[in-house]
Write a protein that binds this ligand. Structure first.
Ligand SMILES: [Zn+2]
Length: 166
């Protein structure tokens, strides 16, 4: 909280995030979701307006102090669009900057960003499906807190009551 009683940006950010219990788990954004299935973090601007950022980009810039150029993408290794698990340690971070998704896929294949959540499935989904899965995941987390089954369902695009096949 600031002295005038308003929440700071980091306070507001973390109030929308549910972290998994393990170091390698995803951190799920439970705030606003855009029509692309990715999160939106609204930041007040000096002119009194608000600007929406992807929350993972905000956290990356907040933690690293590096401002990402507009054409630099922040790519998910875990393939959970709502995941905001950024770490300055690239071996831990679920997100890494890149200008081409192929670079990231190559790194994942080599094991550098691989963790238990890596499946690379949601990226191939149509946008409408990704939005649906993101909203479902958010509702599950808002209701129950950390929900590994819901993350698994998001990764695979199957309902969370369906037994996992591997
Ligand atoms: Zn993740």
């Amino acid at each position: 909280m600031t002295s005038d009683g308003t929440s700071t940006a980091p306070d507001r950010f973390w109030s929308h995030v549910v972290k998994g219990p393990n170091r390698s788990d995803c951190w799920i954004w439970t705030g606003a979701i855009g029509d692309d299935g990715y999160g939106r973090f609204w930041l007040p601007q000096p002119d009194g307006g608000q600007r929406a950022m992807r929350p993972q980009r905000w956290l990356y810039e907040h933690l690293t102090g590096v401002a990402l150029l507009p054409d630099v993408l922040l790519l998910h290794a875990c393939d959970v669009p709502l995941c905001v698990h950024v770490d300055v340690d690239e071996a831990v971070s679920h997100l890494a900057p890149g200008t081409h998704r192929g670079n990231m896929l190559e790194r994942v294949r080599r094991g550098r960003h691989r963790n238990e959540w890596t499946t690379l499935r949601t990226s191939g989904l149509p946008r409408s499906e990704r939005v649906r899965l993101s909203r479902e995941l958010r509702e599950a987390f808002r209701e129950h807190g950390w929900d590994a089954a819901a993350v698994r369902a998001c990764r695979t695009g199957i309902a969370s009551d369906t037994p996992t096949l591997w």
